[in-house]
Ligand binder design. Structure first.
Ligand SMILES: *Cc1c(COP(=O)(O)O)cnc(C)c1O
Length: 811
């Protein structure tokens, strides 16, 4: 976007006065932010309109990315960067006497996702627009985002996240595009004009789905795609039927809150309502769009791809069937062909507790017609496969079985592509978790390793590192991240290595200022910063990290004169409110922090910082300051992970199990440049299969580990009587489901290697540089390029030559 500083200052001041009718000098940062956001939205509205019109007029194929979560982070700076006016606007605001960073901070970080899955959806939105691909998001406009986390006496307390308090400058309400979503009632067959019996719905509860659209700004390419989030309202013509507050509340409830569960299936009716609400609204709006093209239904899959991000939107399959059958009068065969060709599905987890299944009675009652369609999909599926695969295998793939509707089965049968999110994860899907389906549909299965947008996670979060890279290898890496590997040429350049160290130190000082001001904890910026930031979950093994910290603490207490590398252990994690074991681990970490941070003998050899309310904005502060990236999930459990990629991109060295995308990180960065430990996936499988794991034996025979574990129950750590006992028992007596005791020794050993390496700053910085330079392949731009070419079959609308560079495979 062309904008001079002079014009910006004039236009922005004018916008401010038009909005507020007073002088900008007397305004608050929130008002300045609001005016600036509106100004930006006005400035890109023309390109937004043009992008939409181009897609429609040229009838290009588009993808619709259906996701129950989007976790975009603050959008002011990323929009400025992508519009190409970040520096102009920043300078202009300084001229006007305004504080840019204050303005940035006054934007609320929208918490419309739990963690990795929602963040992936937002990284994808950025890459789709930046590659000039015709693509749109479809999701829910939650009135309240993920809870705000506070610690009270070390316990997690959840507060509501009223993120819309000051409005939302980026969204545009489009009541003219509203659709009706129907729940409940009965289905009957009524004779239509052509004599056919037509399914007709009676006594349904009708909800108005109103879209709020947000522009997804591409990186300096004039493309503005659309993220459409739906809000539930009472249809104006039905106001009369809603007499009580309770009745009205029931409607608002649908889009009121985001379920705070990560990797855990929440089986409540309201969740099923949410899932149908946004998929039905999304399908209806795609259909309305498609009708404008005037093309025949047979061409639908040539113009539309619909992607199902995990199983939450998989009702898109029977919903598209319903519309084609009941409203457009297609035959079952025609509708099924179209649906399968249109839909594709990403699996995000192998955890059994995360697999969505809905009681038949619940689906029948809430979605009677959809249930009929699913029944027929299932009937035909079984009928077709029985003779080919026999009854055992075939019935294991049933969509309806054991009293439940199995959403993953529906998603696989109803789509043409099923992908995992890292090589190892896809292997596990094909050969283990989804092997029955893999035998039936080998060609559907494929891998698309997750990625992250380097624009947010390097360019914006770490401007100093960006400048250094620009000065060494030029700026083409921003549109072709494969070029980051050119940075490897500076592996022996002492000046570059020292500069890397200085930049890291400055970022650590910034974080230290935060912990001092916001938490009252003073940390030494010269200490090693060790970071584990992700949802709190047993399989991610924050507890293993804790055991290592306790081991260190005991070492220092045993010999207070010990010359040990000072470390700051940084945690950021929310626990699902109903996940008591995870909350007990939070309490443990906070109690340990209380003990260690206040122990004079420990001094600054050891500190624990557990930030409250971890989210995208805190990630942007912590990641540039990180030196060690903790990716220590039990092998075989983490589908991909993406914080591993963000941390690597910012020069942290990874300590990892061979899990998820860690395997590919190892392949690209080389075994010498990260620290591997622990069981691999095969070894875990064997231990699980033959039941030969006995943690109690390890406890009894490993004196050091015994000492460490005993601190949980012997009063060493204050105020955790109950939690310490539960956690201790889970490890020693209740079979240590995630093999912490088994991996303890090799984890400690890897940590010692880290300390040793850290003593040699040059060698450390060399490995840091290798990590940065090897992270190009994990750009979401590549991930999205593969989705676009191999699954969605959509084309970039850019003619700019530099975009062709994307076609180079990262090596
Ligand atoms: C990237 C990200 C995640 C995902 O972290 P994992 O370690 O991959 O689980 C979760 N939350 C936020 C805020 C993130 O930015």
């Amino acid at each position: 976007m062309d904008l001079t500083k002079k014009r910006f200052k004039e236009e922005f001041s004018q916008t401010f006065e038009n909005m507020y009718a007073f002088d900008i000098k007397n305004s608050t940062a929130i008002q300045q932010y609001t005016a600036l956001g509106n100004y930006l939205r006005f400035s890109y509205s023309d390109d937004w309109n043009k992008t939409n019109k181009k897609y429609l007029n040229e009838q290009v194929k588009q993808v619709y990315y259906f996701s129950i979560e989007f976790l975009p982070g603050r959008m002011l700076k990323s929009n400025l960067l992508n519009l190409g006016i970040l520096d102009t606007v920043r300078d202009g605001l300084v001229d006007l006497g305004l504080d840019f960073e204050e303005i940035v901070k006054s934007e609320v970080d929208p918490g419309l996702g739990n963690g990795g899955l929602g963040r992936l959806a937002s990284c994808f939105m950025d890459s789709i627009a930046s590659l000039g691909l015709p693509g749109n998001g479809n999701g829910i406009r939650y009135r309240y985002g993920l809870f705000q986390q506070k610690f009270v006496d070390g316990y997690q307390v959840e507060l509501p996240d009223n993120w819309l308090r000051n409005g939302n400058v980026w969204e545009v309400r489009k009541e003219n595009k509203a659709v009706t979503v129907r729940f409940g009632g009965q289905v009957g067959l009524v004779e239509a004009a052509n004599g056919h019996l037509k399914p007709t719905y009676f006594n349904t509860q009708n909800i108005l789905a109103v879209p709020y659209d947000t522009g997804m700004v591409g990186y300096q390419n004039d493309v503005i795609n659309n993220l459409r989030l739906w809000s539930a309202e009472i249809p104006p013509e039905e106001e009369i039927h809603y007499h009580t507050i309770a009745e009205r509340e029931q409607v608002n409830q649908i889009t009121e809150v985001l379920y705070p569960d990560d990797s855990n299936h929440e089986g409540q009716t309201l969740r099923l309502r949410q899932e149908y609400f946004f998929t039905s609204a999304g399908i209806q709006s795609v259909i309305q769009y498609y009708k404008q093209t005037g093309l025949s239904w047979q061409n639908f899959p040539d113009k539309i791809a619909i992607h199902i991000n995990d199983t939450h939107p998989s009702l898109a399959i029977p919903e598209l069937m319903r519309v084609l059958l009941d409203e457009e009068d297609l035959s079952w065969e025609q509708a099924w062909e179209i649906t399968k060709k249109t839909m594709s599905y990403t699996n995000h987890t192998v955890l059994q507790e995360a697999m969505e299944k809905w009681p038949i009675d619940m689906v029948k009652k809430l979605l009677p017609r959809i249930y009929q369609v699913i029944e027929e999909i299932n009937r035909r599926h079984i009928e077709k496969k029985l003779s080919l695969y026999g009854s055992d295998l075939t019935y294991r793939t049933a969509i309806i079985a054991d009293g439940y509707v199995k959403m993953a089965h529906l998603a696989i049968v109803g789509s043409h592509s099923v992908n995992g999110v890292a090589k190892l994860h896809t292997e596990i899907l094909m050969h283990d978790v989804l092997n029955d389906f893999y035998q039936m549909y080998p060609a559907k299965f494929n891998n698309k390793t997750n990625g992250i947008t380097q624009r947010r996670w390097l360019h914006l979060a770490n401007e100093e590192l960006t400048k250094l890279i620009d000065s060494k290898i030029g700026t083409d890496w921003k549109t072709n991240p494969a070029e980051l590997k050119l940075f490897k040429a500076f592996i022996a350049d002492q000046e570059t290595l020292d500069k890397l160290g200085t930049i890291k130190l400055v970022n650590k000082e910034k974080f230290a200022a935060y912990t001092k001001n916001e938490m009252g904890i003073e940390i030494n910026p010269e200490a090693l910063f060790d970071v584990q930031i992700k949802r709190l979950h047993a399989y991610k093994r924050q507890l293993l990290n804790v055991l290592h910290i306790i081991d260190r603490y005991l070492k220092i207490k045993e010999d207070p004169t010990l010359a040990i590398q000072p470390r700051v252990f940084i945690f950021g994690a929310k626990a699902a409110p109903s996940y008591s074991y995870a909350k007990q681990i939070i309490k443990l970490i906070n109690a340990l922090a209380e003990l260690i941070n206040n122990d004079q003998e420990v001094d600054d050899k050891l500190k624990i910082v557990f930030v409250e309310n971890y989210g995208v904005s805190l990630a942007e502060l912590i990641i540039p300051a990180a030196e060690v990236s903790e990716q220590i999930s039990l092998a075989g459990k983490e589908a991909s992970g993406t914080s591993n990629m963000k941390l690597m991109l910012n020069g942290a060295l990874t300590i990892a199990t061979l899990d998820g995308a860690n395997v590919e990180i190892r392949d690209f960065v080389g075994e010498d440049n990260l620290f591997l430990f622990g069981l691999n996936d095969q070894e875990v499988q064997i231990l699980n299969k033959n039941g030969s794991y006995h943690p109690r034996e390890i406890y009894e025979t490993n004196p050091r580990l015994k000492q460490v574990l005993n601190t949980l129950i012997d009063g060493t750590i204050p105020d955790i009587e109950m939690e310490g006992r539960v956690i201790f028992d889970s490890l020693v007596y209740h079979n240590d489901e995630y093999f912490l005791l088994k991996d303890f020794d090799s984890y400690i050993q890897a940590q010692e290697e880290i300390d040793l390496l850290y003593q040699n700053k040059t060698k450390w910085n060399q490995k840091s540089l290798m990590n940065i330079a090897s992270s190009g392949p994990f750009s979401a731009d590549f991930t999205i390029q593969r989705y676009a070419e191999e699954i969605w079959k959509i084309d970039s609308q850019l003619i700019d030559v530099h975009q062709k560079l994307f076609l180079t495979e990262p090596i």
